[in-house]
Ligand binder design. Structure first.
Ligand SMILES: O=C(O)CCC(=O)c1ccccc1C(=O)O
Ligand SMILES: [Mg+2]
Length: 367
């Protein structure tokens, strides 16, 4: 950053309705409300004032804070943290602004993403290469997300995903009895055939005995992974559920435990990284690097975020070597979005944007 760079941060609120609510064992997600953040160089804006092309040439970094109960701070705490960060950035710089959002993961996600987008755009580098300084990545594998519903609807949704080319399908479970979920997965397996990888996500709904019963039945249906079978506090329980034919992934559990403790307990075959809940793509990337040495898989996903955070998560996934199929095919859940989606989905893969920064444009204007 040059000496006359004086970054300024602004935020504004948004509310996005879902086209189809996502039904889960921990409730239904019907809309996503949050804050768009932008960062720009005040001095650059000043010197360009009055020139016709000033706005389109000015580098702007975008971020998104989309809080979700059970995963992040409240909307009010998020907004207060963003206000503190806005007040701190111009006089004191990025480090001081980050201190103000340190305890609020969604707010920290937004501020760090906006700064990273600004820096990557300033150096004309796609965000994932700015993050990882690694090789070019054209595509990352993604999974389809199928919510809780009756067996026939669940099977039809999975079939639609398979017909669209998804090779991995994640089904929400835990909202009904084990027997009902097993029947749902039986119909899903029949509908998609043997070649689609199936995962389930119980969002912490089961007791240990229920989880074991579910896992033994799911193993016969060749379910590859169960996400968060037990409540987030359980580590030993998850460790004991491993080795029964279905891999164990932790999602909510990562928000309650240090990654070191998860690894020491041997509680997971895979971890589910939600940058919004973990406090930013920088935090998520460090976690992925940490577990890769232990043979634990990293899955990137979102809390059904808007296009800014979702695209940030796509760049994160592109910066993780051998990232597992990730939960990033959720754009069509939203009835409206913050801007045009720069990420194309093609046969179960997301095409990674190769333009500078995040690659999301036209954000603020249409919010
Ligand atoms: O991972 C996916 O396929 C989609 C995202 C998803 O399931 C989700 C969305 C919002 C909140 C929680 C979760 C979850 O993984 O538990
Ligand atoms: Mg989950």
């Amino acid at each position: 950053m040059s000496d006359d760079t004086r970054l300024r941060l602004e935020h504004r609120s948004f509310s996005l309705p879902l086209e189809r609510p996502l039904e889960t064992a921990s409730g239904s997600i019907e809309h996503r409300d949050g804050f768009l953040v932008r960062v720009f160089d005040e001095n650059a804006a000043e010197s360009n004032r009055g020139e016709v092309s000033a706005d389109s040439e000015r580098v702007i970094g975008y971020g998104e804070a989309t809080p979700l109960a059970g995963f992040t701070e409240s909307r009010a705490d998020c907004e207060a943290a963003l206000e503190r960060a806005s007040d701190a950035l111009p006089p004191s710089g990025p480090e001081a602004a980050l201190e103000e959002v340190d305890q609020q993961p969604a707010a920290r996600h937004a501020v760090t993403l906006a700064l990273a987008d600004w820096h990557a755009s300033t150096s004309a580098t796609p965000l994932y290469r700015y993050l990882g300084r690694g090789p070019m990545v054209a595509r990352i594998p993604v999974n389809a997300t199928v919510g809780d519903a009756d067996p026939a609807t669940t099977a039809a949704d999975a079939r639609t995903a398979a017909d669209r080319g998804f090779e991995t399908c994640k089904v929400k479970v835990g909202a009904r009895s084990i027997e009902a979920d097993v029947e749902r997965l039986r119909q899903v397996r029949d509908a998609v055939g043997p070649n689609v990888e199936l995962r389930v996500d119980a969002n912490g709904a089961w007791t240990y005995d229920e989880a074991l019963r579910a896992i033994e039945a799911f193993a016969d249906l060749d379910v590859a992974l169960v996400e968060q079978p037990l409540p987030p506090g359980a580590l030993e329980g998850h460790a004991a559920l491993r080795g029964h034919g279905v891999g164990i992934a932790l999602d909510e559990g990562l928000l309650e435990h240090d990654l070191d403790d998860v690894c020491t307990a041997g509680a997971a075959d895979a971890i589910v990284l939600k940058p919004m809940a973990l406090g930013g793509i920088d935090v998520a990337r460090r976690m992925a690097a940490w577990v890769s040495e232990l043979g634990i898989e990293a899955i990137v996903t979102t809390t059904i975020d808007g296009v800014v955070a979702r695209t940030g998560a796509v760049h994160l996934a592109a910066a993780i070597p051998n990232v597992a199929p990730s939960g990033l095919a959720t754009a069509d859940r939203l009835a409206a979005d913050l801007a045009r989606d720069p990420v194309l989905l093609e046969k179960g893969a997301a095409v990674v944007p190769q333009t500078k920064g995040l690659g999301v444009t036209g954000v603020w204007e249409d919010a």
